[in-house]
Design a binder for this molecule. Structure first.
Ligand code: AHM
Ligand code: MG
Length: 336
């Protein structure tokens, strides 16, 4: 019937990116190719994540090799999936992964102009209990023909060309920004296609949720403690905020993007730079927040203005609804 016929009219992620490409007549389609390879990596990891529980319990055929080696850990596997997908795109020159100590320089014959920073499987402590986990990525571009160096990725987050994440949850959702707004796509497993389900995501200006690991409260600094106290005991007559904390950055940020509020991983006395990594956690999520109309702040400055010194640098982060982050900024300003 008519409903079925209409299905081929869906906006798939490929179609979306090709459409975007036509807005840049000078484009040679390199970005579209790169993104296709990232999408393939996401689909592959999604299918592995979905099989993970089964594979562990009953040992899926092919999961154990002839030497009887143990099945690969999912985070190691995901890293290999993305490294292979990115290198084989022929469009990358430097890869920075949370899983690898050093940056990977792509061999000259497969080299392209994009640098990709990523956390292949974030929140992996959540795998065994079936809680949502995800892949986070950010993309920089270097000048054509330039010999790549690690300096090319030690750039402020505002210079990213694109950023996104894929959440492996009850459904598989890919959220992407190429610098003009944020769009969300959901994998239709029967088609193997990501379909545009959340066009032009805008975060509510103010939210009713705060999201933080309160178990660290003992070691927080003044402004963080004050802010969380205000969430629970507002002094302006407003209702207290609800607390939601999954402990999986992708899931916590995804909820924040859709429902509003703030996600914070602040500094504490034990970890003065917080926990989350600048290049492949803080930057991509901050990029998405700003593109959705929210803000991202480190406690000192706009998160996207940070300049990382090392590829695995960390930073405190407060991100979410514009007005909520504004309140946090005021508390830090009052401290100075
Ligand atoms: P991971 O890269 O080791 O998985 O750690 C990152 C995760 C984030 O997904 C999450 O926001 C944070 O760690 C939770 O940390 P904590 O358990 O300290 O609250
Ligand atoms: Mg991580």
């Amino acid at each position: 019937h008519a409903g079925d016929a209409a299905r081929t009219d869906l906006m798939t992620i490929t179609r979306y990116v090709l459409n975007e490409q036509t807005k840049h007549p000078e484009s040679r389609g390199d970005f579209t190719i790169l993104l296709n390879h990232i999408v393939l990596g996401c689909k592959f990891v999604c299918s592995s994540v979905n099989k993970a529980g089964l594979a562990k319990l009953i040992g899926l055929a092919g999961e154990t090799n002839v030497q009887g080696e143990e099945q690969k850990k999912l985070d190691v596997l995901s890293n290999e999936v993305f490294v292979k997908a990115l290198v084989s795109s022929g469009r990358t020159c430097i890869l920075v992964s949370e899983e690898d100590e050093e940056a990977t320089f792509v061999e000259p014959s497969l080299r392209g102009k994009y640098c990709v920073v990523f956390d292949p499987l974030d929140g992996s402590s959540n795998i065994d209990c079936g809680v949502s986990i995800g892949t986070i990525f950010g993309i920089y571009v270097i000048n054509d023909g330039k010999e790549p160096t690690v300096e090319d990725v030690l750039q402020p987050g505002r210079d990213m060309l694109a950023a996104g994440y894929c959440m492996y949850g009850s459904s598989c959702t890919l959220v992407l920004s190429t610098g003009s707004g944020v769009n969300g796509f959901t994998l239709d497993p029967s088609l193997g296609e990501f379909i545009l389900t959340h066009p032009d995501i805008k975060i509510p200006k103010k939210g009713k949720i705060y999201s933080v690991n309160e178990g660290n409260a003992k070691n927080w600094d003044g402004p963080t403690s004050k802010y969380v106290q205000k969430c629970k005991f507002p002094d302006d007559g407003s209702s207290p905020k609800s607390l939601r904390y999954i402990g999986s950055m992708v899931a916590d940020v995804h909820r924040t993007l859709l429902y509003g509020g703030v996600f914070l991983y602040p500094a504490d006395k034990k970890s003065p730079n917080g926990k989350l990594r600048v290049l492949y956690e803080v930057f991509p999520m901050s990029f998405l927040m700003e593109q959705a109309g929210g803000q991202a702040f480190t406690g000192k400055q706009r998160a996207l203005d940070l300049v990382p010194k090392k590829i695995h640098d960390r930073s405190p982060i407060f991100l979410g609804s514009y007005d909520d982050v504004e309140e946090i900024k005021a508390l830090y300003a009052a401290e100075e």
